[in-house]
Design a protein around this ligand. Structure first.
Ligand code: UDP
Length: 239
């Protein structure tokens, strides 16, 4: 149980793309259910889990801006997309009988709570899952940055980034079969080699606040639990 875990409170970042599964858009209910099951296992074992959800399966600010839209407006649409995803994951988690609160960086009172740091910590202490929606609430940022920021704010022991591959590789493992997985990297290695683990703003925030980050494949059954137990899964980025 969680009293023996090296990580008691975690911040898990799920990209919007991860939610769409094999579809080209939107949310695949099977993926939402599978993800919820993995999170439920962690919570049932006693871990405190906060989530940050991306919005790339619906809207991404940069793509809309490339089409001519004003970037700040495009980013507002992107942030609202993360709220849509957060509601879907909230529902999936509730179907696993978990207590869940969506907390948005942009107030939408009829739909969810506001993000208030001390209230979020209280929820986590009561083993409610917090889903932090609308990113940082500011345009020109990403949900990776939101994940790092919230992780630091709530005093998470670890920030986790779920990706499609099981960690950081020396090259793209899809294109280059000789690519090897790093089991551990330092912040400076990631930054110097431009390894694209997270965007620079997020990486620098992790480094400056010494927040460990693990990149892993959420589609691997049991991966989240193995990480909580301190096993080697994916890639750990730390000092
Ligand atoms: N976004 C933003 N500020 C934030 C977080 C997100 O403006 O603090 C917008 C931005 O337009 C971004 C979109 O929301 O493209 C969706 O987030 P992101 O691209 O990080 O989602 P992911 O790639 O993880 O699915």
């Amino acid at each position: 149980d969680a009293t023996t875990f090296p990580y008691k409170r975690i911040l898990l970042k799920l990209s919007g793309e991860a939610l769409m599964g094999e579809q080209g858009f939107g949310i695949d209910p099977a993926v939402a259910k599978r993800t919820a099951r993995e999170v439920a296992e962690a919570v049932e074992a006693g871990a405190q889990v906060a989530l940050v959800i991306g919005g790339g399966n619906i809207f991404r600010g940069v793509s809309l801006a490339a089409g001519g839209m004003e970037r700040a407006t495009a980013d507002h649409m992107g942030m609202l997309a993360t709220v849509i995803n957060a509601l879907a994951i909230q529902d999936a988690l509730e179907h696993e009988d978990l207590a869940v609160r969506v907390m948005s960086a942009l107030p939408i009172h009829q739909v969810c709570e506001d993000y208030v740091r001390r209230r979020a910590i209280r929820h986590l202490e009561k083993h409610r899952v917090c889903i932090f929606a609308a990113g940082t609430g500011n345009p020109f940022f990403t949900t990776d940055s939101a994940a790092t920021l919230r992780g630091i704010e709530i005093g998470a022991d670890l920030v986790l980034k779920a990706t499609k591959v099981d960690g950081v590789y020396s090259a793209d493992p899809v294109k280059d079969p000789s690519a090897t997985r790093y089991s551990r990297l330092t912040y400076d290695e990631v930054l110097a080699r431009n390894l694209g683990v997270m965007d620079l703003t997020a990486m620098v925030l992790c480094r400056d606040h010494n927040m460990p980050l693990r990149v892993f494949d959420m589609n691997k059954p049991g991966a989240l639990m193995r990480i909580l137990r301190g096993e080697d899964e994916g890639t750990l980025v730390e000092r």
